[in-house]
Design a protein. Structure first.
Length: 413
C-alpha cells in the first residue's frame, strides 16, 4: 500500500511538472531591428491601378443614318467574339432589324396608297380637263354660229339684228369665261398633281433611306485587326443585347498595338501631384516579371464618380514607351507615377521616426549604447522619409523601440 501511495505521488508530480512545462508563460524576447541611413535619390510616387488600351484605334461603327430615318437606338443581335482577328470586310456584328423592318412595311403600305391616289387623281384630272376642252369646242362652234346669224340678219328688222348681236356677245363672254376656267382648272390640277407627287417622292426617299440603313445593320470590319469590344462610360462592355445610339454608334474597335497606354484614375487627394510628362513605371498584372516605362500624357481637369468608389477621381493616361506582344487592351496594370525626385539625400524607413510634441527623433545605435537622436525630417513617400539633419550615411537606427526607451539619453542637434 505504501508503494502504491508513493507511485501515485510520483505520477502527480510528473503531471504537475508536465502541465507547468506546457502551460508556462514563455519569456517574450523582443528582436531589435536596425537599419543603416541610406544616401541616394529619393522618389515620391503615386500608385494606381489601370487598364491597357491602344493609343490609336479605328472604330467599327454601326449605321450612320439612324437619325435620318428617325431611329435613335438599335440593339446588337449578334457580335463576333472579342479578340477575334479579322480581315477587312469580314462580318463583325448584326443589329436587330425588327423595328426598321416594321417601319419599312409601313412605308410600303403608305407608298401603295399614295401611288393609288396619284393614279386616281391623274385619271380624274384627265377626264375633267377633257370635258373642259370639249366644252370649249362646243362654245367655239356656238360662237361661230352666232357670228353667221348676225351676218345673215343684216337685212332683218333692227330688233332682230339687235337680238343677234346680244346673242353673239353672250356666247363670246361664255366662251372667254370657259377659256379662263379651263386655265384655272388646269393650274389646279397641276398643283394637285404636284402635291401628291411631292408626298409620293418624300415617302419614296424615306423608303430608300430605310433600305440603305437596313443594309448597314450588318456591320463589317473597315480594316484588318483584332476586335475589342467598346467600353461604356461605366466600364461595362458592349455585348449582345447592348444598345448603340445615333450619338455613339461604335460597336467595337480595332486597336493599333504598336503604341499602348494605361488608363488610370487618381483620387482627388493625389491629383494635384500629377502633371503631364512625369515618368512612370508600369507592370502588367498578368506578367508581373516584366516592367515597362512610360510618361503621363493626359490629366483630366474635371473629376468624376466611378462605380464602387466613394471619392471623386480624375482620369490620367500614361503612354508606355516600350512595345510588347503580351500587351492587350483591357489588361489590368499597376502604375507607379514618379511625381518628385530629391537627388542625393539621406533617408530611412518611416518606422524609425518617433516624435513628441516638440521633438522628432530616432533611436540610434552609437558604439555599445543606444541613444535618442534628434533629427530634422523632410519629404516622405509610402515607405521612407528624408533626414535633413541629425544623421549621417551609414548610421544605424532602430525600427523597433528599445527597452527602457524613455530612460535613454537625448542627443539634441
Amino acid at each position: 500500500m505504501k508503494n502504491k501511495k508513493y507511485i501515485l505521488i510520483a505520477l502527480a508530480i510528473v503531471v504537475i511538472a508536465g502541465l507547468w512545462y506546457f502551460l508556462r508563460d514563455e519569456a517574450v524576447t523582443l528582436e531589435h531591428i536596425r537599419v543603416p541611413v541610406v544616401s541616394g535619390d529619393f522618389e515620391i510616387s503615386v500608385y494606381t491601378s489601370g487598364e491597357l488600351e491602344a493609343k490609336n484605334s479605328e472604330n467599327i461603327q454601326g449605321p450612320s443614318g439612324l437619325r435620318l430615318v428617325g431611329i435613335w437606338n438599335a440593339q446588337i443581335a449578334e457580335l463576333i467574339p472579342e479578340g477575334t482577328v479579322v480581315k477587312e470586310g469580314d462580318w463583325v456584328a448584326t443589329l436587330d432589324r425588327t423595328d426598321i423592318s416594321n417601319r419599312i412595311q409601313d412605308l410600303e403600305t403608305e407608298l401603295e396608297k399614295l401611288q393609288t391616289s396619284y393614279t386616281q387623281i391623274m385619271l380624274d384630272t384627265t377626264m375633267e380637263l377633257r370635258n373642259a376642252r370639249d366644252e370649249l369646242v362646243n362654245l367655239r362652234f356656238n360662237y361661230e354660229e352666232a357670228q353667221i346669224n348676225l351676218e345673215q340678219s343684216q337685212f332683218e328688222p333692227p330688233a332682230t339684228i339687235r337680238q343677234a348681236e346680244i346673242n353673239l356677245d353672250r356666247i363670246e363672254r361664255s366662251y372667254e369665261q370657259a377659256q379662263e376656267n379651263y386655265k384655272l382648272r388646269k393650274q389646279q390640277a397641276e398643283a394637285r398633281m404636284q402635291e401628291i407627287n411631292a408626298s409620293l417622292n418624300q415617302v419614296q426617299r424615306r423608303y430608300q433611306n430605310m433600305l440603305n440603313v437596313l443594309d448597314d445593320f450588318v456591320i463589317h470590319a473597315p480594316k484588318d485587326g483584332m476586335v475589342i469590344y467598346r467600353r461604356n462610360w461605366d466600364g461595362t462592355r458592349v455585348t449582345v443585347g447592348s444598345q448603340i445610339s445615333t450619338w455613339d454608334n461604335t460597336v467595337a474597335t480595332l486597336p493599333d498595338f504598336s503604341v499602348m497606354m494605361s488608363r488610370t484614375y487618381v483620387n482627388e487627394i493625389d491629383i494635384s501631384k500629377i502633371q503631364v510628362n512625369q515618368p512612370a513605371e508600369i507592370v502588367v498584372d498578368a506578367f508581373p516579371e516584366k516592367r515597362f516605362t512610360g510618361l503621363v500624357t493626359e490629366v483630366a481637369n474635371i473629376g468624376e464618380q466611378r462605380p464602387n468608389q466613394d471619392a471623386r477621381v480624375f482620369e490620367v493616361k500614361i503612354q508606355i514607351n516600350e512595345s510588347d506582344t503580351i500587351m492587350r487592351p483591357a489588361m489590368t496594370t499597376k502604375n507607379t507615377i514618379i511625381t518628385h525626385v530629391e537627388e542625393d539625400v539621406l533617408f530611412i524607413p518611416i518606422e524609425g521616426i518617433h516624435a513628441t510634441d516638440t521633438i522628432t527623433y530616432v533611436f540610434r545605435h552609437l558604439g555599445n549604447r543606444t541613444i535618442r537622436q534628434q533629427v530634422v525630417t523632410g519629404l516622405r513617400n509610402e515607405n521612407e522619409i528624408i533626414i535633413r539633419q541629425g544623421l549621417e550615411e551609414g548610421d544605424m537606427v532602430y525600427l523597433t523601440v528599445p527597452q527602457n526607451a524613455d530612460e535613454l539619453p537625448m542627443q539634441n542637434l
